[in-house]
Design a protein around this ligand. Structure first.
Ligand code: TTP
Ligand code: MG
Length: 407
């Protein structure tokens, strides 16, 4: 099932708070940032002020020249902090899967909530209405199957907008937009791309990821994915027991089962090592695969007993891998393993299970040796294959081919 991610952003936030507290300011060109005779820049401009060409970060003097009738306000951060807290509290009423980004925006995972509200669209309408009723502020909401598309959608439909990008339409939605709309492309990135004749996200999407890597380094692969409407990032509530994952993109798409297994084993070891460092146990193991045509799947399995051993992670991942590859014939571009649902390691292992105990001891011993001598000091049978494929790199382990994604 496609995910339903919302990006929610308050319109002209600082100005809207001032307008809610002083209705005389409504419908007028208003600037928060300071008086126009001051050095300093516009922090927030009302949409009426934007009609005169004003925008955030513009010097106040320039703003007052372009729009002399604008009302300039110093601003008061504690008011904005209070409004922000109330905004986030309203959102949390709608879904616990909430990830605040700064003061006036958040991602919300609404997958599975359709049945409660009728549709994600109707849920978004209800959210907008409550914010309007309780804070007196307009909001814009983007809905899509991933974060990056939802964020671009909310930006495009401002102010007081609501825009849903239907699953499967991500690429056609992004295609005509200027590259600057893509998060991560700043002024410099825009210039580099313009020099190569790339103006739209659609043009960017068709560039081979290698070309983007040469311009943007490790971020190139990510940009390539974003431009194609691919973004697997989860909505991560703050403070929640985070998931741990490791993934890598192969230099060349592959169906070679030894290479897939070896890589999966290596990634399982890396995940397991971090899990034990955090002194946690895990119940939910997931495998992620991206195929040659960029279709990306994740498959999950819940363990009957919480565990922290590399072997359990690998065995579970391998089962999921075998099942998945028996149904899909394409070559694999990326493989990853992740764990979620972390619990405190209360040593819940069944102490009668001597093989579980042995594995636990073995993993602890391997971790100690690796801590002392580096990750590649010990190689288990399966990862030995990697030795011939990827160069070992001090204590960080093998250098996988996309370090950005291998974390
Ligand atoms: P934004 O959401 O970027 O801007 P906005 O809410 O004013 O306008 P809109 O979302 O409708 O385009 O930023 C939120 C607040 O953060 C903004 O009201 C003021 C503050 N801010 C600054 O102080 N300086 C800045 O350069 C920017 C961009 C924002
Ligand atoms: Mg905003």
């Amino acid at each position: 099932m496609a995910r339903q991610i919302m990006h929610i952003d308050l319109d002209a936030f600082f100005v809207s708070v001032e307008q809610a507290l002083n209705p005389d300011l409504k419908g007028k060109p208003v600037v928060v940032g300071g008086k126009p005779d001051r050095r300093g820049v516009v922090a927030s401009a009302s949409y009426e002020a934007r009609a005169f060409g004003l925008y955030a970060s513009m010097p106040l003097r320039t703003a007052s020249r372009l729009c002399p009738q604008a009302i300039f306000i110093e601003g008061n951060f504690s008011k904005y902090r209070d409004a922000s807290q109330r905004f986030m509290t309203i959102l949390a009423d709608f879904s616990p899967y909430l990830e605040p980004l700064g003061l006036d925006e958040a991602y919300l995972d609404a997958t599975g909530f359709e049945s409660i509200y009728g549709s994600t669209m109707q849920m978004a309408v209800a959210i907008k209405q409550r914010i309007k009723d309780e804070l007196g502020i307009c909001t814009s909401v983007g809905i899509a199957n991933c974060k990056v598309v939802a964020k671009i959608a909310s930006d495009l439909c401002k102010p007081d907008g609501l825009l849903e990008v239907a699953a499967g339409k991500e690429r056609s939605f992004l295609r005509p937009l200027p590259v600057a709309k893509l998060p991560g492309i700043g002024k410099k990135g825009e210039r580099i791309l313009k020099d190569s004749g790339i103006k739209t996200i659609g043009q960017l999407a068709t560039l081979p990821s290698g070309v983007l890597k040469s311009h943007f380094g490790a971020a190139g692969e990510l940009l390539h994915n974003y431009a194609n409407g691919i973004d697997d990032r989860k909505v991560e509530p703050p403070g929640a027991a985070k998931s741990i994952s490791r993934e890598t993109t192969f230099g060349k798409d592959t169906r070679d089962s030894s290479l897939l297994k070896a890589t999966l084993h290596y990634l399982s070891e890396r995940v397991g090592s971090e899990l034990r460092q955090k002194d946690k146990l895990v119940r939910c193991v997931s495998l992620k695969l991206r195929y040659a045509d960029f279709t990306t799947i994740t498959r999950q399995h819940t363990l009957s007993q919480a565990s922290d051993t590399d072997q359990t992670l690998f065995d579970t991942g391998l089962k999921l891998l075998k099942k998945e590859l028996s149904q899909e014939k394409q070559a694999v571009r990326l493989i990853g393993i992740g764990i979620s649902n972390l619990t405190e390691a209360g040593r819940q292992l069944d102490m009668l299970d001597s093989s579980a105990q042995r594995l636990e001891k073995l993993n602890a011993a391997i971790d100690r040796i690796r801590k002392k001598y580096g990750f590649t000091a010990i190689q288990t049978g399966r990862t030995l294959l990697l030795k011939d494929i990827f160069p070992a790199n001090d204590d960080k382990g093998y250098t996988l081919q996309t370090p950005s994604l291998s974390r």
